[in-house]
Every structure is written in C-alpha cells, then in structure tokens.
Design a protein around this ligand. Sequence first.
Ligand code: NAD
Length: 429
Amino acid sequence: MEICVIGAGYVGLTSAVVFARLGHKVTCVDKDSEKIKKLNEGSITIFEPGLEKLLVGFNRNISFSEDIEDAIGRAETILIAVGTPQLPDGEADLQFVNEVILTIANTIYSHKTIITKSTVPIGTNDKLVEILLELEVKRSRFHIVSNPEFLREGSAVKDMLHPDKIVVGLEDHDQQSLIKLKQLYYGINAPFVVTSLKGAEMIKYASNSFLATKISFMNEMARICDVFNVDIMDVAKGIGSDPRIGSEFLQAGIGYGGSCFPKDLQSLIYTSKKQEILPKLLMATEEINQTQVDVYMDKLKSYIPNLTDKKITVLGLSFKPNTDDIRSSPAIRLIHKLVAHNAKVHVYDPKAKYETTNVIQFHHVNDALNDTDCIIVATDWDEFLYLDWNDIKRRVNENIVLDTRNFLNRNKVEKHGFTYVGLGRSRNE
Ligand code: NAD
C-alpha cells in the first residue's frame, strides 16, 4: 500500500517506520525542514528504543520529504499524525490538523482514505468531513477514519508492533475503509475495536483519563499512607493482585507528565464543560497531579528549610525513562520551584536536555553529584538503580536522597548512611 504519513514526530515517525516494516511504501512528510534534512541524512530525530535499527533495516520502503502535496498526491492512504497541543484554556489546538486538511483538500485528485492518528476532541473527525465538503471536495473522493494511537513513548516501537487493540472509528456503514485498515495493519496480531468516528475519539480520551486518574488515585493514597506510617508499596501489591484493579500503573510518585495525559485530560475537561457537564473526577485527578510537586517541595523543606544557595542535584529531566521528551515533565516543574527558592540546581539526564537560567546540566552523573546538599531522583531511569552509593557518599555535602519515583532500592541507599525520602514509604513500624 502506498501511504503518506503527515508529521514526523513521536507518533508519525514510529508509525511510518512500522508501516515500512509491514511492507508498505511510506512517504513521511513534515513541514519542519530541519527534521526532514536530518532524517534524509540517516540520523534519527527522537530517541526511541529500537526505532533507529528498524529504520535502517527497512529504509528501502520509506522516504522523507517536505513536499506534502506531492506525497498526498501519490498516496492512497494518508495518516495525519501532527501535534494537537493545548491552548491556555485547555482546549485542544487544532491548527495543525486544520492546516493538513486544507492541504489535502487542495491536492485530492483520486480517492483517499484519510486516517486521523492525532488525538482530537470528540466530533473533530465529523467536522473534517464537513470541511472537505465545504471546500468542494467530491464525497466520492475520500473516507475519513479515526484510528487513535495508544503507543507509549519509551516503548513506542514495541507498542505499535504489539498493540493490545487497534481502535477504528468509521463513518456510517463504511466497510470499504475497514478493509483498508485491515490491509494496513496486516501482520499485526491485535483485535480490532470498530466503532463510530466519535466513539474512537472518546475511547482515546477515556483511556488516557482513566490512566491519569489511576496515577492520581495512588498519589492520593500515598499522601494518606505518609500520615499513617503505611508503606504504599505494600498497598500497591495488596490491591494490585485483585484482577478488577490490576497491578499496572499503581506506582505513586511525582505525577504524570508528557505530551498526552495532561493535555488530553484538560481537553476532555474543556469539552465536557462546554457541554455543561462538570467532570469532577477529571478535575480532581488534574488537581492532585498539579500539586504533587509541592508535596515533594514540602518534604525537601522539612530537611532543608532554607534552600537559598543550597546545591540540589536533580537526576532525570524526561517525563519518564527511555525517552528524551520533557514536555510537561514534572521534573521540569520541580526544577522551576527549586530555582524560585534560589537553590543552585545541578541536573543530569541520560538523554533529555533542558537549558534554562540558574540550572547547570552535566554530561556525567558523578559531576552533577559533587558537593550536593540533596539528591532528587526525578525520573526512574534504570541507570539510577545502579548508582555507586559508596562513591557518591564521598562526593556529597549532605546525605539526603529524595526519591520522587519510589523506585530506588531503599535498603541499599540507607546502608550507605543516606536519609531516604520517598512518598508513602514509611516503615511498617
Ligand atoms: P510531535 O510534536 O512529536 O510531532 C508532530 C509533528 O507534526 C512535528 O514534527 C510537526 O513539525 C509536524 N507538523 C505540524 N503541522 C504540520 C503540517 N501542517 N504538515 C506537516 N507536518 C506538520 O507530536 P507527537 O507526540 O507525535 O503527537 C502527535 C499526535 O499523536 C498528537 O495528537 C498526540 O496527542 C498523539 N499521540 C501522541 C502520543 C505520544 O506518546 N507522543 C501517543 C499517542 C497519541
């Protein structure tokens, strides 16, 4: 199948490479000429485990271009994978999707199956149909399909090759597109969940909202555990063995971040309120998440009341491990708070970069740790599990370790004389 993927970001580039791997002929386009230049030079533009290897292995099936019109013209199937960021009031910003649909409208000379992979508010795909018709594109020239993406950054390739489902939202009675989608995903072993355009859009929002709520729920439980000297890890184990609850996503910590959960939650809150529904649970999820960084700041201040000129080392910038993505990362929110308290912030991350005033980023973890007054683990990169605490002890001023991900081996850290501070990690005394 000849396909055109519009947007060479986390979703677009991974989709393009995976569809090339499935044997399709893929043109991946982006309006960012730097990105396209790099990709054409053979460099990968994002860090995503396994992606570069797959790209090299299947580069005969994939090309990169800035010429969006040309790529649309040649393809029978078009995937929209552009960003849908949020506006200040929480509404999803559809400017990139709208730009793409205008380009498509000006370029359709044969039938196209237009697949929306971007996360878009409920009703958007119906609106895209209306826009194309208003722009006098013949009804026989296109079908719109909603096919939201569920990959997770850090395991995007694996998630796309082995998804737990493929959600397909169709226009009324559009069996032709369903056959197309089955051809597109041929080789992937996953059940199809077939629904309406709006149904698919809602599944994506409900999925992210549920997961975000699960995280905030555990963070609230951990706050309560802290007060009662209960270990949240025991609670997670205890409740996670119940299949109705499930053992995944029960890790208390500094809260969710990234380019999806925060913006998708806010977008659903916005659309619900617009329809005069007050989504109280979603609003509480969001509020717990927003204040989670303050919980850790309070913990820090209980050990170091005045942070002025204190050297604080933050390990981890990305919103989760195995990605270089720092969008809405709680680590960045924490760093801003530390800077606002006049701390001297040293940071280290294996992949992510962040430049701002009053923050020094180091290339080696040990350099970031020298003479520090507190170590804060802000992202649960595996690398931090293997830190040499014996060596670190000799480098630091003070022995405080704030583990905002509850993931370090507490006994190992304490054995070397550090004060370990987690969330809801009291000993069962
Ligand atoms: P991204 O910001 O990494 O990439 C988007 C790309 O689209 C950018 O390279 C940008 O230059 C390009 N673009 C914008 N307008 C364009 C245009 N008119 N023509 C061509 N290219 C254009 O975004 P992402 O993280 O890949 O997310 C894309 C969509 O997928 C979003 O709606 C997001 O919510 C959704 N999604 C993301 C993830 C994730 O983990 N990142 C997972 C599931 C769904």
